[in-house]
Structure formats: C-alpha cells, structure tokens
Ligand binder design. Sequence first.
Ligand code: ASP
Length: 582
Amino acid sequence: MYRSHTCGELRADHINKEVALSGWVQKTRNKGFMIWVDLRDRYGMTQLIFDEERTSSEMMEKAAQLGREFVIQVTGKVIERESKNPQLATGDIEILVSEFKILNASLTPPFTIENETDGGEELRMKYRYLDIRRNPVKENLMFRHKVGMKVRNYLSEEGFIEVETPYLIKSTPEGARDFVVPSRMNEGQFYALPQSPQTFKQLLMVGGMDKYFQIVKCFRDEDLRADRQPEFTQIDCEMAFVEQEDILNIFEGLTRHLLKEIKGVEIGDFPRMTYADAMKKYGNDKPDIRFGMEFAELNDLAKNKGFNVFDQQELIVGIAVPGAASYTRKQIDKLIEWVKRPQVGANGMVWAKYNDDGTLKSSVDKFYSEEDLQAWAKETGANPGDLILVMSGDANSTRAQLSALRMHLATELGLRNAKEFAPLWVVDFPLLEWDEDTNRYHAMHHPFTSPKPEDIALLATEPGKVRANAYDLVMNGNEIGGGSIRIHDKETQAMMFDYLGFTPEEAKAQFGFLMDAFQFGAPPHGGIAFGFDRLVSILGGHETIRDYIAFPKNNSGRDIMIDAPSKLDNAQLGELHLKVTE
Ligand code: ASP
C-alpha cells in the first residue's frame, strides 16, 4: 500500500493515527537535530518531521539526503504541530515519520516548483511535466476538467449525445489551411485533419441523431496570431428541426449555467446586437460591452467646416474617454503615436478636451467653434472631464482602428474587469465577405451557412448585403462561439458553391458526399461550436489559453518538450511515397 491518505487530507481529527503517504519532496529544512520535509501530491501538502530524539540516527542521515522532487513513501504518526500554519489545509498537523522509502530520486529541477517560480516560459514549456506539478498549472487543469464535466452533464440532460467523429478526413474549407496526413496505403493521397467536425455533424443530422455534441480537437494550420493554438478544443453541437432561436436559447442556457455554477454569477437574458450595429457602435464584431465608449459618427457635424482632412473621408467617428480630459499633451501624443503604429495603421487623430469647467479645447480649434465641439460632446456622450478622440478614413479601416484604440484605452483605464462577465449574441452576420487577395467572395462563416430567405434575391445583385442565419456568442470582447442554420437542400447548396467560385465538378469532388446525403431526406438543422479553451480561460480569469492546456505549443506552433514538428528519415518518407525538396 503506497498510501492510506493523500497529502491534502489529514486534519487535527487524525491526530495519533498511523498513516502512509506518498508524494514529492517540495522542500526540506534541516536544523541538524530536526528535519522537516514538505511532501506534495495533487491534493495538497503535508509536513513531515524527523527528530533526533524520536528518529533513528540512520534515518536522520537518510532524510538529510533528500533532495527536491524526490518521490518518497512514508509511514508515521499524525501529531499536533507546534507552530500551526493556517494557510495550509493540513497546517494543524505533521507526520512523525517512523519509516520511509525513496521510490525515485530526482535531478535538481531546472526551476523551482512552487507557486511563484523562477522559470521563464520557454523553460517551463520544455519541462511542462514539472510545471504541471506547480499549483497554478495543476489547478487550471482541474478547472478545465470541471468546466468540461458541467458542459457534458448539461448537454446530456438536454438530450444531446456525444458522438465521436473521425480525425482522418478529407479537406473541408473553413477558412484556414488544413493539416494533412500522407496515406501509406494509398500512394500520393492525403487525409486532412478536421478544422472542425462540420460536415460530419451535419451528416449525423441526416442520420437522425437529432441532438449531437462533442468536446473535440480541431486543427487549423494558421499563422499563429496571439493566443491561438494549431490544435484546439471545441464544444461542437448540432440540432435538427430547429430555428436560430432554439439554438440561441439552449446555448445561452448552457453559458448561464456555467457562469452560475462556476463563477456564482447570475445573468439575465443576453443582449442581442446585429453585426451591422456591432460594427457601427464598436467597430468590431466581438464588442466588449463591459464599458461604454460607444462610437459616435460625426460626419454631419464635422464635415464642411473648412477642415480638409475630414471633408474627404468616408467616415468621421469619435469616442468619449471617461475622465481623460486631464491627459497631458504628452499623454495624448503617446496615444496618437500608438494609433499610428503599423499594427493599427491610422494616419492621425483629432482630440477635444471637455474641461471640468464645461469649456472645450481641441487640436482643431482653428476650424471648429466651441459650439461645434459642444455638438461633438453631445453626440459622443462626453461629460465634463472627458476626452473626445476622433478618427477618420474609409469606414472599415477607421472602425477597426478606433476599436483597437477603444480596447487599448479600456485596458489602460482598468475598465476590463476580469471578474465581470458581459455576454451578448451578435446576429445577422453577412453571408459573404469580399477577399481582396483572391478578388472573390468567401463564405464569412462557412459554405454550409444558410442565407436569410428574405435576402436570397440580393445574391444576384448585391451579394455583400445578403445576411446569413449566423450568430456568435461574445463575452468580454472575445468570440466564445459561433454557428449557423445550415443549408439542407441540394439546390441551395449547389448555388452557394457556385457563388463561392466552385465549378460543379469541384463541388462534387469535394462535397459530393454531403450533396448526396441531402437527397435522402435531410432535416432542417443548425448548430454552433464554442471555443472550449477560450471559454475556460475567460471563466478562469486568465489571459491566455495556454494556461489551460496541458501540453500547449509555442508561438511558432512547436512543442518544444517533445521537439515537434521534426524531420522524418528517408525510409519513413519512402514508405509514405514522399520526398522532401529543400
Ligand atoms: N464548424 C463551425 C466552426 O468551427 C461552427 C458551426 O458552424 O457550428 O466555427
């Protein structure tokens, strides 16, 4: 028997009991006549004591040899601790060791395995199994498990069943590049790893499964923008005989349940915002609505006043920054520099201070009277003490730039409170999105998304204006999930492929299986997928999803612990019918 109890279990009630514990040596303190050892396992920490008066000299010697991270097994008596530690669950007791065994020695770990560590991120990733021994990482993994269980139980209660779908599939275009896997048995042919189980879950609806979910790995070979992983986890769902409203209700219910059970936060009906409004008010399809600073369009107020820069632009748009009228010129110049960085890409920015005494002072006083600026203040909702910032340019880029600034300022002003949760649905996404690089329309969500029936006629004339039955769940400025009502008939799907630039032959080669299935009684259906890693990290209050993934990849998509990706030897390449050209 390795242990009778865990290292987190013993309390004052256990005093005088004989127990056996196993775990890792976190730390030892050796006073010569007394040695204390902190013994750790997943459940906690227990103090062991070796004491000259009560322990054999042979054992004292052996205990003195113990190093950090040795794995040991001890038996001994639970005794009351002289100086209790209220910080520790087991802090009332310690174990007077009568016997112990070293189960495995350890090299000195490359960083200290304590809550606060001296190891940098790369080092901790290389020895991730050691990092996992640290409380913060261990607790994040346990937290992830807890959220996963709540999701499974909730959806199962709602009648969903978890069905696994294959990982070795055929490429489905969902906007990213596929990871591919060569087939040894089928020369020159490749599987693709799923970007999501999209077509399979639709086929499960054709198969009559009615309500499907799966907590599932998805793979996308994208350039890794901040906080993305090439493999990530989704809560993937699909339902038959539903309309958009049914899906929003179920998944709003799930989100509310998680917020309540995990964070103790009760939230009423989630607000809904159309994509068009989100872009207009926040310049962003995933607005953080924990704070204000809504956009105010100033075209009518700011054009034709002799200020050339504004006169020529498609959009003039401003925000009121609360309490920032006191910013110095230096602080404002810093903000202007910030928006001019290539990552944001603005040409400049106009400002107006709404002073506490009600007067206004701006960088464009030459062109705008106090009255003009009062009108700006009214439109942006500025109060005395606020700073009005105004940007201009073509509508899309200006909105994106001001949105970046809005988030930057909110972070600076401490308005993004991690303890506050502000979910909302963004609905009525455009069906298609123009792609400058390929000079073509792309499906904004994916090619299986159904257009709003009332907009279908626009497909021929103004494809960019067609709205889809597509929706995103957004929380605190993050997209938590997205989905759509699907096309479920062959004709509409064929028409969609046509708009997306597939020839009938290409569509058949890539999606023949789906189009075939639609001829055998496909029910109306729709679904959604939540980004599980992101959801867990938001609920957990951390910034990065890597904190909640046991073995994450770094920013170049590498696993530096196992050193992947790596080269294959020629024999293996040959078997796969592959040749690497440099
Ligand atoms: N498959 C979609 C995605 O991964 C989600 C969905 O439409 O259900 O974004």
